[in-house]
Design a protein around this ligand. Sequence first.
Ligand SMILES: NC(=O)c1ccc[n+]([C@@H]2O[C@H](COP(=O)([O-])OP(=O)(O)OC[C@H]3O[C@@H](n4cnc5c(N)ncnc54)[C@H](OP(=O)(O)O)[C@@H]3O)[C@@H](O)[C@H]2O)c1
Length: 328
Amino acid sequence: MKAILITKKGGPEVLELRETATPVPATGEVLIKIKAAGLNRSDIYSRSSNSYGKKESGEGASGGEIPGLEVSGHVTACGPGVRRWKEGDAVCALVTGGGYAQYIAVPEGQCLPLPEGISLEEAAALPETIFTVWLNVFQTARLRAGERFLVHGGSSGIGVTAIQLATALGVTVFTTAGTDEKCRWCESLGAKKAVNYKTEDFEIELKDVGIDVILDMTGGDFTPKNLRLLREDGRIVFINAMRGNESSVNIAEIMRKRLVLTGSMLKPRDTAFKAALAAEVEKNVWPLIARGAVKPIIYKILPLEEAAEAQRLMESSGHIGKILLRVS
Ligand SMILES: NC(=O)c1ccc[n+]([C@@H]2O[C@H](COP(=O)([O-])OP(=O)(O)OC[C@H]3O[C@@H](n4cnc5c(N)ncnc54)[C@H](OP(=O)(O)O)[C@@H]3O)[C@@H](O)[C@H]2O)c1
């Protein structure tokens, strides 16, 4: 099969389209003929360093790693013991690397049917951000209807999913983004107020809100501001620290407001964890997609061969929503 391989650590130019062995589904796995693959920021870290999450799977025959954490396509073969799926089924799946390819073998529990009304290609935009947002915002931070929620990076793949999901579930959403255009776009998606963090101080702009939950990918200098914005019993969940891993926190403030600070990485979690999360996502989020309350927001679709260009686009942060690779 053809696949994009990370030939060595470096810039987008190290991504090369090569022939590599087609995977064989093991016990409990299905083989998917990939229609489309979603890009995620983590793909950039896999290519440029080993520092984000754990490097695993996606090993191609020539020894390089195949990036890609989510795909859509048709099941073309089932390994022993597969119960839910059969040849020809259309699915989307959360994978642990290996998505930028023509085929991938995936544990059956990490596959989901296409939500009603979603095309096979669009479905590649769903798994990674929906699993991440459901896990961190709704399971871990227990965001509830009537609460106030701040998500940084509102125009990111994660941000557009978080804004839509929280809005659909009766939450008031606030967000930040790096341009006025992105901010207005986030407001059109459902955010009550979006702050351009490059031209305004989001702490000043949101100081009277009283935030219950923050989904944060920024860390660094934003952390003290975030903690000050949280009301009593507020929760903050870190999913990255794009502004730096080191932050100063005021411990008295944590005690006084009974704040909860936590975080997680989805990629290194095991198959059983991802399958259990998939079941929760199917039960709670798929109906919201079927009734149009949550939509895949797709900025651009490029052919698999242009994976390097697609990653350049993501690194430029010029996009709003998801970037996809069209495979077949
Ligand atoms: N822990 C996990 O399990 C997990 C899972 C999925 C994703 N993530 C993380 O979630 C984030 C979003 O992922 P994605 O795939 O949706 O990526 P993406 O679409 O590339 O979004 C990245 C966002 O980060 C913002 N940004 C970049 N540098 C920033 C800075 N210095 N200060 C503030 N904002 C900054 C950009 O916004 P502007 O251009 O508007 O500044 C952009 O919206 C990434 O950091 C990713 O690593 C974590």
